[in-house]
Design a protein around this ligand. Structure first.
Ligand code: TTP
Ligand code: MG
Length: 346
């Protein structure tokens, strides 16, 4: 099998730069209002110029302001990004035998009419070209024998990268990379691995998997498979009916419920307005929470009333969030999604 992972470069920021040529060459941060360092909420993303100052997605906006007060701080125009995302997904789907959208700016693809790595690379170049021509935005593409390898490969030469890893090269490709590059390994697991003298993915691959199981439970086995490039998961056509959602991975795992509440509040407004202006009503609200150890929960609530307001949505989101308020673990990711969308009849 040959799988692509396609991921847009600095997506929200690249969109803003496309719309405003005067931003050229400047550090740009898209996220909550910094209020001269007193703002709450987080950075959604920033361009590569701003990353030179140490700014990252999911960082408190106040910290980003301290790192680079002269950056251009812009609010999140989620609705516009969502529309562009739909255009991009449509372009990608033109090349798909199977396609799985994995986020607002990323998708896995089993391309049609591709048998060899050289034809895969030429299709990948075509996709990049079409996205640039039609949307004036760049992406990075990873090609591999499975989703895991394709995803790691797409991240390797950002921005505007193209990295293909053949089956026979998977081990030598993964081996020198830091353990954090492997899906499921956050800062805590990284620290625990480093204490065992395990620094790279190659170190995990060589390690006794029973010992990894002793230290990390059944994720120890999974981690060992991943480190050896083994991932049997399929590219699954998105099953869920139409939805609008957004997730934030905090730069540092957190249990600051003031910050978490503010992020949920911001996300609620963004997705509510996006769904509404696109002419949808929704039936279900889904909250997703991922803890520092990657344990992930979703809680959903269905809504009978068609005329739900933003206030109602925020209350519902808060209610779902309160189920996790007493968790002793820190939170890595938070997300909110409106599903079972239906077009409003005119
Ligand atoms: P990413 O693909 O993670 O980041 P990016 O596209 O900005 O940068 P990169 O070049 O490294 O791929 O996320 C895509 C968009 O999603 C990003 O522009 C902003 C948004 N986003 C969130 O809403 N929450 C998050 O936690 C992250 C990481 C990004
Ligand atoms: Mg991206």
């Amino acid at each position: 099998m040959i799988v692509f992972h396609i991921d847009m470069d600095a997506f929200f920021s690249a969109f803003e730069e496309r719309e405003r040529p005067e931003l050229d060459g400047k550090p740009v941060v898209v996220g909550a209002d910094p209020k001269e360092g007193k703002g709450r909420g987080v950075v959604s993303t920033c361009n590569y110029e701003a990353r030179k100052f140490g700014i990252r997605s999911g960082m408190p906006i106040s910290k980003a302001y301290r790192l680079c007060p002269q950056a251009v701080f812009l609010p999140v125009n989620f609705e516009l990004y969502w529309r562009v995302s739909q255009n991009i997904m449509k372009i990608i789907s033109g090349y798909a035998l199977k396609m799985q959208q994995a986020g607002i700016d990323e998708a896995f693809l089993v391309p049609k009419d591709v048998k060899t790595y050289s034809s895969a690379k030429s299709i990948a170049r075509k996709i990049k070209k079409e996205i640039i021509e039609r949307e004036h935005l760049t992406c990075s593409i990873g090609i591999g024998p499975n989703k895991l390898v394709a995803k790691i490969a797409s991240d390797l030469k950002k921005p505007d990268g193209l990295t293909a890893v053949k089956n026979k090269d998977v081990k030598s490709f993964l081996s020198p990379l830091q353990v954090r590059k492997l899906y499921g390994i956050g800062p805590k697991t990284e620290e625990a691995l480093n204490k065992l003298g395990i620094m790279t993915i190659g170190d995990i691959a060589k390690y006794d998997k029973n010992k990894l199981n002793d230290a990390f439970g059944k994720f120890g086995f999974v981690m060992h498979d991943y480190a050896n490039g083994i991932d049997n998961s399929d590219v699954i056509e998105n099953a869920e009916s139409k939805s609008v959602g957004r997730e934030i991975t905090f730069e540092k795992d957190t249990n600051d419920f003031k910050l978490i509440g503010k992020v949920i509040d911001d996300i609620s407004s963004e997705i509510f307005n996006t769904a509404k202006n696109a002419g949808y009503v929704f039936r279900t609200v889904v909250l997703k929470i991922r803890f520092e150890d990657f344990e992930t929960h979703t809680k959903r609530k269905s809504i009978k009333n068609n005329d739900i307001t933003l206030e109602n949505l925020k209350e519902t989101a808060d209610e779902l969030l309160s189920c996790f308020q007493n968790a002793r673990k820190k939170i890595r990711l938070i997300g909110l999604r409106l599903t079972n969308l239906e077009k409003v009849k005119q």
